[in-house]
Structures are given as C-alpha cells and as structure tokens.
Write a protein that binds this ligand. Structure first.
Ligand code: NAP
Length: 492
C-alpha cells in the first residue's frame, strides 16, 4: 500500500512524478507526496505529487474552459494529436512498460503488450472519431426534415484501478478526446507512474492546455468533485461492483451519465472434443496472467467429465512449471501479487475452500522463495462446490478451481448462476456447441477458443452486475456522445 507523506515532491531520477493540470506539470498545492511501492520487493519506487479536492477543482475548471475550443476543432485535427500520442507511446513503450512492471508487478513482456494495446486504442479511436456519423430520418410529413446529430457529452471524469494502469484509462481518454470531450483522469493511487508517462506523450503530442488533465489523489474527494461539479457531464469508472453500485446511487443527484466496467467471475468451459493439452495451456495462461488479477480472468473451470482427469493433470503440471519472479527478469511468467491485502484475501479464500472440502493439487499458499514482496504460488484446486467463497465472490487471485460437467444445458445454468456477467470462455471445435454456448451464456465478452479476447475495435463490457455500457469498438465512442434530434419545418 502506498503512503502519503507531508514532505515536498521529489522528482525521481527514473520517472516523472507530477500531475498535469491545465497544460502544466504541477505539485500538490500543499506539497504532499505519495510513495509508490514496488510489489516485488516493497521498496519505494518514487514519490509522486499527491493532490486532493483542490487539484480536482482546478482540473475540472481547466477542462470546462478548454471544452468549447477543443470541441470546435475539426475531428481530423483532434485525430492528429491522438495518433501522435499513440506513436510516442510506441516509441517509449520500453520505458512505460518498465514503470508499469515496477509499480504493478506484472512481467515486462505483459506490461509491454499492455502499453502497445493502449497505443493501438489511441490510434483506433483517432480514426473512429471520424465516423461518429448522425442520421437523416425520413419524415412522416412532407414539409418536415429530421436529423439525428452527435454531440460530445462535455467534460468527462475517469476513475481507473491498478491492474491495467495503461489499458484502462486509455479506453476512456482516447474516445472521449476523439469526439471533442475534455477529460480529468484519476489513476489508482498505487499505480500513477504509467499514466503520468502516457500524459507525457499527450503533452508532447501537443494536447492543448486543459483538454486532458491528470489528478493524483485520494479517491473519495476527487470522486466528490466529479459528482458535485455540474460541468462534469459523465463519469467513466472501472473497478469493483461494490464501488460501482455506490457511484450509481451518487449519480442520481445530477443525473450524471455513467459508464461502469465492474467485477467478473468468468467461467471457462471445456468440451470433450477439444485438444486437452492445448486448452490446458490456454487456460493456465489465461488464469495466471497478472496473477489472476484481471477482470476477465477465468475463475471457474468447468471441464467435461470425459477429459477431466487428463485436463487436471495437464493444468497442475503447467501451473507448477510457471516461472515466478520479479517481472523485470527475463523469462518470468508470474510476478508478485499487487499488495499485502491481496495475499491475505487469497489465503482466506483457500482456507475457506479447504474447510468446505476443497483439495489443493498444487500451490495453496504464499511463496516462501522471496524475502520481501507479495508472492503467492499458482494454485489448482478440485472438489469445489457452490458453498465456497471462491465460487460466489470475485476471487481476483491466482487460483484455478476445477469442476466437472456432463450436459451442455447444465453447464450453461451453472455458468450463469452468478450476479456477474463480464466474460466467459468456451473451448470446442463443434460449431453447434459453440453457437449454443455463445447464445446461452450471460456474459458481455465471450471467447470461443480464445483466452484473451479484448481488442480496441470490438465492444467490451459486462452484463448483470458486471457493468453498464461498453468500452472499445464503436460502442466505446458512443459512450462519449449525446444524440441530438433536430426537426426542421419547411416553408409551405
Ligand atoms: P475498487 O476498489 O473499486 O477501485 C477502483 C478505482 O476506484 C480505484 O482507482 C480506487 O481508488 C477508486 N475508488 C475506490 N473507492 C472509491 C469511491 N468510494 N469512489 C470513487 N472511487 C473509488 O477496485 P480495485 O479493487 O482497485 O480493482 C479491482 C476491481 O476492478 C475488480 O473488481 C475488477 O474486476 C474490476 N475491474 C473491472 C474491469 C472491467 O473492465 N470490467 C477491468 C479491470 C478491473 P484507490 O485504488 O486509490 O482506492
């Protein structure tokens, strides 16, 4: 957990540490800073400027002032800046990825892929902004003409978590800027460095003052500013379902528009015609990527009983063979968990499963191989039942619970038996089975023989308590647009 200090901001040798408000890099007005901790060894990585409501108010006022001119620019001119941002992110991918690994823990190769995905997101929305078409609608009366035109919502506040500190803010900032909105972004306070480096790319690409602002500080007062300022017309949030529900309640006062990307509990279902070893490999990669701290991570594995033993053996062997270590070391596949709290929560989930009959086949506890940092052994567990917290709460942990199934309808019912509906995975080569599963599963993202389905040009988001609205794809652009109906009466 990062800690705030009362000393003046320190410019770290390796990374920039300031907020970006109204086109200037700045410290907190009261000089407060926040320590960013490396989860691999608990060392202090940097001390960043740590603002609060005052800085959020300044940023919102700047974004409000900047909105008319930014909106009035041609979409082609806005796109040029966003595409240049993407180019700079690619050119600086090594440095940004290194910061991401150090502050978040994931292996450098994964961090680099995330930064490149974020750059692709900027480029894709730069182009898609040019296609925010309206409609001409045939009138019922001959002397009328009807049009639907698109209009940027206004100033947007974004709040994002620590697990994908490059990808998640980019999914909000890029489409909002592309259509002419201005933004105030707040990263998770534990992982601010990645977004500071992305803001450097925006600044170097020539984003005008006030159009994109970065405020680092405690969640609550900054969220208060977002909810209380009438000029913030939309809040785009990624995080837990619990906080998402709180935001829905708070949005009522000003009927604040919300996009919510919330928690998940994804089933991964393997049918007997699938190649067991290939699927076990895909399942283990999908599960232990970022230590399972991924909203779309598979977290309940339903394997057809005909192949269950082979799949279990393969998954256990693969999980045991994963290389754990500091994400900066070459070949590392699994880094530390993000914080001490995550270790405690994971241990408690496994203890709960054990007391309810769960059988741990590998892992099951903190890794003893490291003196410092937050390490947990990749864990595979069987004899799982619906009473276990593992099955009812979003685990967000490197734990793979295996269950058997027999019939397609039963597995659809089991998979859907959760308030979550973010992602689901199916492995089969049978087109009929694949189609029935895609149609029957209650999830906003479905991977058929694909363990990593997110990509900038396709819609991403959850059903049920996993969220409201979609990011990415043309839907991700619509999230920052209002539809205005114009009706024209002609002279008779
Ligand atoms: P979280 O506690 O809900 O926090 C998410 C963000 O909201 C953080 O920036 C946090 O700030 C801030 N926050 C916390 N309390 C707040 C409040 N009362 N008002 C406004 N903002 C508040 O979630 P997390 O545990 O950090 O992140 C993991 C969760 O995010 C998981 O549930 C995961 O599934 C979900 N997630 C969803 C997606 C998706 O696309 N659907 C993607 C990634 C993650 P601080 O961290 O500074 O407290």
């Amino acid at each position: 957990m990062a800690t705030a200090t009362a000393r003046g901001a320190i410019e770290a040798a390796e990374y920039p540490t300031r907020m970006f408000i109204d086109g200037s890099w700045c410290d907190a007005l009261d000089g407060k800073t926040l320590r960013v901790i490396n989860p691999a060894d608990e060392s202090v990585l940097a001390e960043v400027a740590y603002g609060t409501r005052t800085e959020a108010d300044r940023a919102i006022a700047a974004a409000e002032r900047a909105f008319p001119a930014w909106r009035a620019l041609s979409v082609y001119d806005r796109a040029k800046i966003l595409k240049q941002t993407a180019e700079l992110m690619r050119a600086r991918a090594d440095k940004i990825a290194r910061a991401l690994t150090q502050e978040q823990g994931k292996p450098l190769t994964e961090a680099r892929l995330e930064v490149l995905h974020a750059a692709d997101t900027f480029e894709w929305f730069a182009e898609e902004g040019k296609r925010s078409y309206g409609r001409i609608i045939p009138p019922m009366k001959v002397a009328k003409r009807h049009y639907a035109i698109k209009h940027p919502v206004g100033v947007v506040g974004t709040i994002t978590p620590w697990n994908f500190p490059a990808a998640l803010p980019s999914r909000k900032i890029a489409p909002a800027l592309a259509v002419g909105c201005t933004v105030v972004s707040r990263p998770a306070e534990q992982t601010p460095l990645t977004l500071i480096l992305i803001f450097e790319c925006l600044a170097d690409a020539g984003i005008p003052p006030g159009v994109a602002n970065l405020v680092i500080g405690p969640a609550r007062p900054i969220a208060d500013a977002f909810f209380e300022h009438p000029s913030i017309r939309k809040i785009s949030f990624t995080g837990s379902t619990e906080v998402g529900k709180e935001l829905i309640r708070r949005s009522a006062d000003q009927v604040k528009r919300l996009s919510l990307e919330l928690g998940g509990h994804a089933p991964l279902i393997v049918f007997p015609d699938a190649d067991v070893h290939q699927v076990a490999q895909a399942a283990v990669i999908g599960k232990f990527r970022n230590n399972g701290q991924v909203c779309i991570a598979p977290s309940r594995f339903y394997v057809h009983e005909k192949i269950s033993k082979d799949f279990t053996d393969a998954a256990v062997e693969l999980a045991r063979s994963l290389k754990i270590g500091n994400g900066l070391e070459p070949g590392v596949q699994v880094g530390p968990m993000f914080e001490a709290r995550a270790l405690e929560k994971t241990s408690a989930l496994i203890e709960d499963a054990r007391t309810k009959g769960g059988k741990v086949l590998t892992g099951g506890g903190r890794s003893k191989r490291f003196d410092r940092g937050y390490w947990f052994e990749p864990t595979v567990i069987r004899e799982v039942n619906g009473e276990m917290k593992l099955m009812t709460e979003e685990p967000f942990a490197p734990v793979m619970p295996l269950l058997d199934f027999d019939k397609l309808d039963d597995v659809i019912a089991a998979a859907n038996n959760t308030p979550y509906g973010l992602a689901a995975y199916v492995f089969t080569n049978d087109l009929t089975v694949a189609t029935r599963m895609a149609e029957g599963l209650e999830a906003g993202v479905i991977g058929i023989n694909d363990p990593v389905p997110a990509t900038p040009q396709c819609p991403f988001g959850g059903m049920k308590e996993s969220g409201m609205g979609r990011e990415l794809g043309s839907e991700g652009l619509d999230a920052y647009l209002e539809t205005k109906f114009v009706s024209v009466g002609l002279r008779q």
